[in-house]
Design a protein around this ligand. Structure first.
Ligand code: F6R
Length: 609
């Protein structure tokens, strides 16, 4: 979703800003822009399309400035046009970039128009620029004007403002949309994501909700939600600088699929050994909380939600703990009941998903005993807002379609199953099976990635298809859901997932030779049931692609193509069977020629509701 970069320095900052935007491209956007102050001159350049179009439009005349802000926009209010792209200006003096949505923009627009401000775009963001201009008429001070103006905004914002009359200063404000300040020597920076600034600094201050900060070349002043000046911790980033490289792969998504054995190794390192789960890996006080936990509520969105649904099967079957899973955007707008001794678990790659964050805030007020976040980004809003956190250590995920973040979430949830099961008389045999499964998982994934060539060949058969059906049973049902989500996201083929026992309750009507049916078939206790479902499809002329264990004894024939997945321990099968489905969606998208890493209309981090 939208990205922000800003800099105040002695040198020309335009290349820093453009590089920052390039490093945020993975988040998804439709237009880009930059505003620079050079001496007392304000220049703004905006373009529809990629950052490259913007960079091509920058020249010696409009590309100079020691203070600047830049933005990649993902349209919410107003179409994808140059006039709606950020930065937005007021009085040819103030320039503003903004992530989030100002929900009361219509009211503000009417008020500001009545005061004589002229609007040139359809965006909510332009109200920020004019609101600050209006406050400047009263206070004459940029920081004061922002502190006052933000009180009139409803909704979410991460915003940065500059004034050409005070050229060595940026003022930033955060509420519901992340912002991080990057500290340099004699220069300072800011961005919506630290990834943007890794080429120039590794020292960061993550702003907290309600913070407003004034940034100059050699000072950072931060004010909290009450307007009191505060100190915030400086954090040395451990994120790899070159996490943004494709490492020889054609797409980030393919690189990230192949990184899974390595990141899974990292995810379990120091956390699990032959002796079992290590102490204290869920943070201080976690064990006390787990001891009392009788019920788990999982909240997440998209792929992270699918990880949650898988965990429900594990928690109830192996750990003997009742669990419900809910999509964050549903949970936050309905009344729900909180059982006794309930633990709230949120799952998120980014830790900034607006709905998940809002659901967590709501749940914290409604009687949950404690909250745990399973997240990939240290210092993210979700981690900071949760009582307990567990980092998945997947490393930066750049492809919009989540892959390694999902499998590391699954590993984290298996570890949570062990941690909770310990207090619920989990049989030693089950515990040992999960422990061995996790320890052997990286190697098993390496083996499974060996299917890539076979799946690339199979993907050819999908190139002219418009619809598809994914089937699974038990804990493979959410894996089928995840497979369908991957395929639709990046190849734009309509894909639906069903628990295969549901087939005869409706979806069988869809079956014909034009509708490929993808079946996930490990060798588990539901295999015979699944085989009956497969026969139902065959009897109606369906064409199937079955990912199966060799002991499941499926044979390829004219109606069925079988791909043998390496045999694995049942507890880790959902993780293993995810891999072929990721590869299938990748190769189908490749054949279809879609934008694999930045699929249309999607954003990596969904920071608006
Ligand atoms: C799909 C995908 C999304 C995210 C969802 C939640 O490939 O990546 O469905 O899973 O937007 O994002 P996080 O996990 O960052 O909360």
């Amino acid at each position: 979703m939208c990205g922000i970069v800003g800099a105040v320095a002695e040198r020309n900052v335009v290349q820093i800003l453009l590089e920052g935007l390039r490093r945020l491209e993975y988040r998804g956007y439709d237009s880009a822009g930059v505003a620079l102050i050079n001496n007392d001159d304000l220049s703004i350049v905006r373009r529809i399309g990629k950052v490259k179009e913007l960079a091509d439009a920058i020249n010696d005349k409009n590309g100079k400035g020691t203070t600047g802000i830049a933005h990649t926009r993902w349209a919410t209010h107003g179409g994808v046009t140059e006039l709606n792209a950020h930065p937005h200006a007021s009085q040819a003096r103030f320039a503003v970039v903004h992530n989030g949505i100002i929900e009361n923009h219509a009211t503000l627009r009417t008020e500001l128009k009545a005061k004589g401000y002229t609007f040139v775009s359809d965006t909510d963001t332009e109200t920020i620029a004019h609101s600050i201009a209006a406050q400047m008429e009263i206070s004459g001070d940029l920081l004061q004007s922002v502190l006052t103006a933000v009180k009139t905004f409803e909704g979410a914002y991460g915003t940065v403002v500059m004034d050409k009359q005070t050229p060595d200063k940026l003022v930033v404000a955060r509420s519901g949309s992340p912002l991080v300040i990057g500290l340099g020597i004699g220069e300072n920076f800011l961005a919506s994501d630290q990834m943007a600034l890794l080429p120039v600094t590794r020292r960061f201050i993550f702003l907290e909700e309600g913070d407003v900060a004034q940034i100059t070349r050699d000072s950072v002043e931060i004010y909290d939600i009450n307007g009191d000046q505060v100190e915030r911790e400086i954090i040395e980033s451990t994120v790899e600088h070159d996490a943004g490289d494709k490492g020889g792969y054609r797409h980030y998504m393919l690189k990230e699929i192949h990184e899974q054995p390595t990141v899974l190794r990292n995810a379990i390192k120091g956390r699990i050994s032959q002796d079992g789960l290590q102490q204290g890996i869920f943070g201080e006080g976690a064990d006390e909380v787990f001891k009392q936990t009788d019920y788990v509520k999982i909240i997440a969105c998209g792929t992270s939600y699918h990880a949650g649904v898988t965990a429900k099967y594990w928690l109830e079957q192996y750990a003997n703990v009742q669990c419900d899973v809910e999509i964050a955007s549903e949970f936050r707008y309905r009344r729900s009941f909180v059982p006794q001794n309930a633990l709230l678990v949120t799952i998120s790659q980014s830790g900034e998903t607006a709905d998940t964050l809002a659901a967590l805030k709501l749940a914290k007020q409604s009687g949950y005993m404690s909250s745990l976040s399973i997240c990939n980004v240290d210092g993210s809003s979700l981690v900071r807002e949760s009582a307990l956190s567990f980092l998945t250590r997947a490393g930066a995920e750049i492809g919009v379609a989540s892959t390694k973040a999902f499998t590391t979430q699954l590993a984290a949830l298996l570890m949570l199953t062990l941690a909770l099961g310990k207090h619920k008389e989990m049989p030693t045999e089950t515990e040992q099976q999960i422990v061995e499964g996790l320890i052997g998982l990286p190697t098993k994934l390496e083996e499974t990635l060996g299917l890539a060539i076979e799946i690339e060949d199979l993907a050819e058969e999908f190139s002219d298809k418009h619809h598809s059906l994914f089937l699974g049973r038990g804990e493979q049902y959410p894996i089928a859901m995840e497979g369908a989500l991957k395929l639709k996201e990046i190849s734009y083929i309509h894909a639906e997932a069903y628990a295969s026992g549901e087939l005869k309750h409706g979806p069988l009507a869809l079956i014909d030779a034009e509708m490929p049916v993808i079946v996930v078939a490990p060798n588990n206790e539901l295999l015979e049931k699944l085989k009956s479902n497969v026969e139902e499809v065959r009897a109606r002329g369906g064409i199937m692609y079955v990912f199966a264990d060799k002991d499941a004894h499926f044979e390829s024939d004219e109606t069925m193509r079988v791909v043998q997945v390496p045999h694995c321990n049942e507890t880790i099968a959902p993780v293993v069977y995810t891999i072929p489905l990721q590869l299938l969606s990748y190769y189908v998208a490749l054949i279809k020629g879609t934008d694999v890493d930045q699929p249309r209309n999607l954003a990596k981090s969904v920071t608006v509701e």
